[in-house]
Design a protein around this ligand. Sequence first.
Ligand SMILES: [Zn+2]
Length: 464
Amino acid sequence: MRSRFLPLIILTCATAIAPAAVFTQTSTQAPAAWLSALRPDADRLIKAALADDFAWQRLAELTDTYGSRLSGSENLDAAIEWAVAAMKADGLENVRTERVMVQRWVRGHESVEIVDPSRQSLAILGLGGTVATPQGGIEAEVLPVTSFDDLRAKQADVRGRIVLFDVPYTTYSETVTYRTGGARTAAQYGAVAVLVRAVGPIGLRTPHTGSVTYAAGQPEIPAVAVSIEDANRIVRLTERGRRVRLRLVTSGRFEADVESANVVGEIRGRERPDEIVLVGGHLDSWDVGTGASDDGAGCIVTWEAARLMKKLGIRPRRTVRVVLFTNEENGLRGANAYAERYKASAANHVFALESDSGVFAPAALGFSGSAGARAMMLQIGTLLAPLGLSEIGPGGGGADVGPIAQAGNVPTMAYLGDAARYFVIHHTAADTIERIAPEELSKAAAAIAAVTYAVAEMPERLPR
Ligand SMILES: [Zn+2]
C-alpha cells in the first residue's frame, strides 16, 4: 500500500503538538538576536519542504530508474550521471563528480538448502564480500551457537561444520558483530562456512545482507545471512535431537577495482565561501532491494537543503556543499577520498551533517561537538518547532562524514530515523520506496534544510 500525502494535515498536526515540547529547553531565556534573524528563512525552507512530495517523487525516480546501486555496478554509474544532471537542472553551483576507485564484488548464484531431514531451500543472502564455495558447494552438518562465547564452549565440535550464529537482534551495533566477524571467528576452529541469523528485529523471511570481513592468516570461509524463520527452524530441529545437514553454494568474487565518483553540488556562500557546511548521504547501496532507505533517502533529503535554498533565492553566508558519497556499503572509499582531497581545508568545514539512518518517525537529530557548539545547536533546534522533533540529542556524524570530521575536528550531526523500523528492511530486498511515507521524507528535508541554513548563515562560525 502507498500512503497518501496530505501536507496540510501534517503541518497542522505538527504545529498543534510541537511548540510546548520543543521550547521547554530554552523557555527561561528569550531567543538571541542572531537566532531571531534566522527564523524567517528557516520558516520558508520548512514550509517549502512540507508543501509537496517533491522529495518522495525524486527518490521514487532514483530507485525506480536505477534500482539497486552496488559499488562498481552500471546502475550506480547511471545514477551518478542522473544526479549530476538533476543537480545542474536544480541550479546548484559547482556541480561535479570527484573520481574514486572502488572495489567491485559480484554476488553470483547462491543457495542454501536443508538436505536432511528433508529437502527445502532456505531464504538466504550471501554476505557482501563472501568468498565462493568450491565447485558443487559445501555439504555439512550445521552447529547452532548463540554467541561467540557459546562458539568457544563448543569449539571441539566446530571442525567440518557449518556454524549458525543464531543471535537474536538487540541493537544493530551489538548484533552486527556476528555478521562482520562471525566467519573469521568460526574459521579459527575449523568451520567450513557460517550462516548468520538475519540482523534485524523481525522479518517476513527476509534475509539481510551486509559486509563480512575476513582476517589475514585465517581461512576465508563462505558467509551467508539466513532469514530469522529459517534460523529458528534449524535450531528447533537440532533441539529435538535431529542432525541437520545443509548444502550451501556461494559464488561471490571480487573483480578489479573500477572508477566511481562522489557527486558534489553547492550553494556558494555570499560572504565566507571558503567555510563549508557539508551535508550528504551515500548513493551506493547493496544489490538487493532498491536502496530507498539506505541510503537513497539520505541523498535526497540532504540535497533538498540546497535545492530549496536555490528555489527560494536564499544564499547563506557560508557555502553549503552536498555530497552524495560512493561506496559506503563495502569500502568507504568515497568518504576516505573526500577527506584526502579536502584535507587542506578540513578545518574550514564548520559543520557536517549525514543522513544514513532512514527517515522513519519518530525521527531525531543527533549532534556531536563541544559543549559550546551544542548550546548553539540547541538554540538552532528551536527553529524546528513546526516539525515537532524532540530536543537535539547525542550521536552526530556517520560513516561518510567521519573521515573529514576527524581530520578537521568538525562538529557533526545526524538525522536519525526510528531504528526499530529502519532495521526491519535494512539491507534487504524490502528496502524499497513503498516503505517510505512522503511526509516523513519531507519532514527530514525540512529539518535538514533549516539546520543547514542556520549553521551556514549564523554570524559566528559554530565553535569547535
Ligand atoms: Zn547506509
